[in-house]
Design a protein around this ligand. Sequence first.
Ligand code: SF4
Ligand code: SF4
Length: 180
Amino acid sequence: MQSLSNKSKVVSDKPMTFMERLYLPAVFGGMWITFKHLFKKHNTIKFPEKQRIFAPVYRGQHVLKRDEKGRENCTACGLCAVACPAEAITMTSAERKKGEEHLYREEKYASMYEINMLRCIFCGLCEEACPKEAIFLTDRLVPTEFERKDFIYGKDKLVESKENPIDISLRQHTGKRTEK
Ligand code: SF4
Ligand code: SF4
């Protein structure tokens, strides 16, 4: 048969020599390689005790922001879900009732908002598409879980708390939105 490349290798099935049948040279050769690595510079770090410094433009776990009065910015317009290439976002909209003006900034809000973190590729297109400055990606890591269902993040995990708002200013100023 004509060879298409010069990468083919003829396999030999000749009987093993006495030294090969001992296996010891091969075992010691492997141990020597392992031993040499003890003195080389390590590329790994001891996470989570040590953590690498993230680039300011790093895109991690999302946050749904509130306005300066603590009201949810999201109006459930759905543009983030349409823009999402991974189809990771789902939501249900609801109409703001009388007396809820302190909870939601506009007449319509997301009564349910979910992001499937197993689908998300952290591209940031949801952030780009949002006309209300409601959704942003942050420098936080999505923690590991054992169950798939725990990667479905609802409003309980996405909406920032009033007491501890998430600071997104560093990424916004050093990242793509440098004009702000
Ligand atoms: S970061 Fe990208 S993939 Fe993830 S939810 Fe937003 S648009 Fe979808
Ligand atoms: S996060 Fe923004 S784009 Fe997505 S539904 Fe809410 S307001 Fe619309």
